[in-house]
Design a protein around this ligand. Structure first.
Ligand SMILES: NC(=O)c1ccc[n+]([C@@H]2O[C@H](COP(=O)([O-])OP(=O)(O)OC[C@H]3O[C@@H](n4cnc5c(N)ncnc54)[C@H](O)[C@@H]3O)[C@@H](O)[C@H]2O)c1
Length: 277
């Protein structure tokens, strides 16, 4: 308890999945939270959209821990909305120490040469430019405050390896690594650390849907979660099909905390050994 006492964290994509888990886990350790989510359908996405009710549930869970939270509907494709959410949060909490650029979308699987220009570019707009805009909303405030800080960009195993039928996603997630390395260099003089996290499959709505299950089990007409688990497990070294959202939250917590005070520029896999497969 208390590893982030007195700190404030800004989390994108916090209505559900990993983002909600991040908000709750950081709040458990004493942080106040600024959270945003688009809460509306995203382009070419196989999972149902998060809703404002989902975002309200994140607020409820954080407040239940007696932590404060500012939640706004905002899209990482729109800089002004991110800037406004950060400004609101800082006005209420007085500081900003941690950024989790977590919001992201999956793609409708297709061979690279069959993807439309729109599909490819929409993905870059959310999963790469959205991460850049999130950092951009926070960096000037963090530099001016002079307290240092930790920025954590959510990439993926797909930011370290290629995957067929996922060129748009793989390209964006590799791009996040380049952005992370650049920001780590630019912000080091301000004691602001920048790292990326690379999850294997995580049990969230992003992958627990028919389209992604069929990508893993093209041999089955209507794959169940158990069918998916069998194939998913083959991608990991450890004999598990996927990790839980809290496993990613714990990695974020470590990178956000003073325990990682001299760690910057690192690509941290939370991947059950997937990278070595
Ligand atoms: N689930 C996995 O297997 C997995 C694996 C590796 C990496 N990731 C990455 O982890 C991150 C979190 O995903 P998740 O698993 O929690 O999925 P999720 O779909 O449950 O949550 C993603 C959240 O981001 C929000 N979002 C999407 N586009 C947005 C936009 N334009 N502006 C603001 N919010 C937006 C969604 O509304 C949703 O609440 C993503 O960046 C994803 O690419 C996921």
């Amino acid at each position: 308890m208390g590893r982030l006492e007195g700190k404030v964290a800004f989390i994108t994509g916090g209505a559900r999945g990993q983002g909600r888990s991040h908000a709750v886990r950081l709040a458990q350790e004493g942080a106040d939270i600024i959270v945003i989510d688009a809460c509306e359908p995203q382009p070419n996405v196989p999972s149902p959209p998060a809703t404002e009710a989902d975002l309200a549930e994140t607020v409820r869970q954080v407040e239940e821990l007696d932590r404060r939270i500012v939640a706004r509907v905002a899209d990482v494709r729109v800089q002004e909305q991110l800037d406004a959410a950060v400004a609101d949060g800082i006005a209420q909490f007085g500081r900003l120490d941690v950024v989790s650029a977590n919001a992201g979308i999956a793609m409708t699987p297709a061979l690279a040469h069959m993807m439309t220009d729109e599909e490819f570019m929409d993905m870059q707009d959310v999963n790469l430019a959205g991460v850049w805009r999130t950092a951009k909303a926070a960096i000037p405030q963090m530099i001016e405050a002079g307290n240092g800080g930790s920025i954590v960009l959510t990439s993926s195993e797909a930011g370290l390896k290629g995957y067929a039928h996922a060129a748009s996603y793989v390209s964006a997630k590799h791009g996040v690594v380049g952005l992370m390395r650049t920001l780590a260099m630019e912000l080091a003089p301000h004691m602001i650390r920048v790292n990326s996290i690379h999850p294997t499959q995580v049990d969230t709505p992003m992958i627990m849907n028919e389209t992604i299950m069929k990508l893993f089990r093209p041999d089955i007409e209507n794959p169940t979660k158990e069918d998916f688990a069998e194939a998913s497990q083959h991608t990991n070294l450890l004999p598990i099909p996927w990790v839980e959202a809290v496993d990613i939250s714990n990695a974020l917590l470590f990178l956000a905390s003073d325990e990682a005070r001299y760690i910057t520029g690192v690509t941290l896999p939370v991947d059950a050994g997937c990278f070595l497969k």
